[in-house]
Write a protein that binds this ligand. Structure first.
Ligand code: URA
Length: 446
């Protein structure tokens, strides 16, 4: 087999055979195919696309390109969750413990944040003492005994994706549906769970700007998971505005605790309950309505919060900060961002809010940058609210007043105010299963 012929075939829009895909991914991983040929192949895929069968096989080869997690020592159905990333998205810290409290096993490998999106590992690391690089045996033991553990993704998971992603980044080929879907799902398949729930975001703070594009990505990923023999489903959810009130690592941990104690913001609570119900349903705990009722019960009776505490204790974290979030690291400077006029808050561009959080120190500009666990934003009002000139819309937290002022300028540019309230926007657009895309209102009636 010659890589030149594979390139020619892909350039002409042909479908690669399983043998060609295995050869290609092996060559990408061991370095025997040169970067210039890989880059040409990426562009050909970007322009010509891939069939669902071809994308599924590519993903399985990428998943097998390195180590895969062996979760066979954990009894019961193991369910993974993945969000395509967003601003203020701390649902893993709420939905995961709720589902685990109801008997689902959640072995969760998570990433760090880059740019305007946050990462669960950075959020967890704001809890003093908590370890996020767990050896495989310890990770499995905690999932077996507690029901949930969250650890940093190891470097040898899907190395083919690492290589392809680095080249996509510099060849204008990030933006391709089969390449995004195979990249995300190769790591999920290698992580070894039996079932996968995807939260695919749509809006100004997401990869996919419209619910239609998000649904297409979700369908591609659900098809990949199903081809690989994993029960896979997705929710299409809003990321046109930040989720919840808090953006920033320690601030988001505090908000997740409040939410698990029944005192969280309405949008975060609702989405977390739906995600927990989705995980329960993949673990065959009942139909959607039953699973949603179970999740609500675990929120009401505090068992979800207890489960988060058990996990934090098992990973060496200081439990007292969960009981009293004011003991989490605190920022040196707090600055109030205020409304300039009377009216309605019509829109908050989520990506720009994320950029403001990065300026405050809550996110990374490059992979190497350090983050400030205390930095971030707590919104006091949300888009849709009536506001008065001079009213505090958000508290900004950072190590310096200069960065607070710079972030406030970004928020001024990111938010729009007017005389009329905005059209309400759904929080959850649709659910995607192997059988199709279902608007959530239809589901609710089911
Ligand atoms: N996240 C990934 O892991 N890969 C992509 O291609 C996009 C988002």
């Amino acid at each position: 087999m010659r890589s030149y012929e594979i390139l020619e075939k892909k350039r002409n829009g042909g479908e690669m055979t399983p043998e060609e895909l295995a050869f290609w991914v092996r060559g990408v991983t061991d370095g025997s195919i040169p970067d210039y040929q890989i880059a040409a192949w990426l562009m050909a895929v970007c322009l010509r696309g891939m069939t669902p069968r071809e994308t599924a096989r590519l993903t399985q080869e990428m998943a097998r390109s390195g180590g895969t997690a062996d979760l066979s020592g954990i009894p019961g159905c193991k369910v993974d969750k993945h969000s395509t990333g967003g601003i203020g998205d701390k649902t893993t810290l709420v939905a995961g413990p709720l589902a685990a409290a109801l008997g689902v096993k959640i072995p969760k490998m998570s990433g760090r944040g880059l740019g305007f999106t946050g990462g669960t590992i950075d959020k967890l690391e704001s809890i003093p003492g908590l370890r996020t690089s767990l050896p495989q045996e310890e990770f499995c033991r905690i999932v077996r005994e507690v029901g949930i553990s969250i650890t940093a993704q190891t470097g040898d998971l899907a190395p083919a994706d690492k290589k392809l992603y680095a080249l996509r980044d510099v060849t204008a080929t990030v933006d391709s549906l089969p390449l995004i879907a195979s990249s995300i799902m190769s790591k999920k398949l290698a992580a070894g769970a039996d079932a996968i729930l995807l939260d695919v975001k749509a809006g100004s703070g997401a990869f996919m700007k419209t619910p239609e594009d998000a649904a297409a990505l979700a369908q591609a990923m659900v098809s990949i998971g199903t081809h690989a023999g994993k029960r896979t489903a997705a929710l299409i959810t809003d990321m046109d505005r930040p989720l919840g009130n808090a953006v920033g690592n320690a601030l988001e941990v505090a908000e997740a605790c409040e939410t698990l104690r029944g005192r969280g913001p309405e949008d975060l609570t609702r989405l977390s309950l739906e995600l927990a119900a989705g995980m329960l349903s993949l673990a065959e705990k009942g139909d959607h309505r039953t699973c949603l009722a179970l999740a609500k019960q675990a929120l009401r009776d505090g068992s979800g919060f207890e489960k988060l505490c058990e996990m934090v204790a098992a990973q060496g974290g200081d439990l007292s900060v969960l009981e009293d979030p004011s003991r989490l690291p605190q920022a040196a400077v707090m600055f109030e961002w205020k409304a300039a006029q009377d009216g309605y808050w019509q829109h908050a561009d989520a990506q720009a809010c994320g950029a403001a959080a990065v300026v405050l120190g809550a996110g990374r500009e490059t992979k190497e940058s350090a983050i400030d666990p205390c930095a971030g934003i707590v919104f006091r009002k949300k888009p849709g609210a009536a506001v008065s000139a001079g009213e505090t819309l958000a508290c900004l937290y950072s190590s310096s007043e200069a960065s607070c002022r710079a972030a406030a300028r970004l928020l001024d540019g990111a938010c729009r105010f007017g005389l009329r309230p905005p059209e309400p926007r759904p929080l959850i657009f649709a659910r995607v299963t192997r059988d199709g895309v279902f608007p959530v209102c239809e589901l609710d009636k089911a």
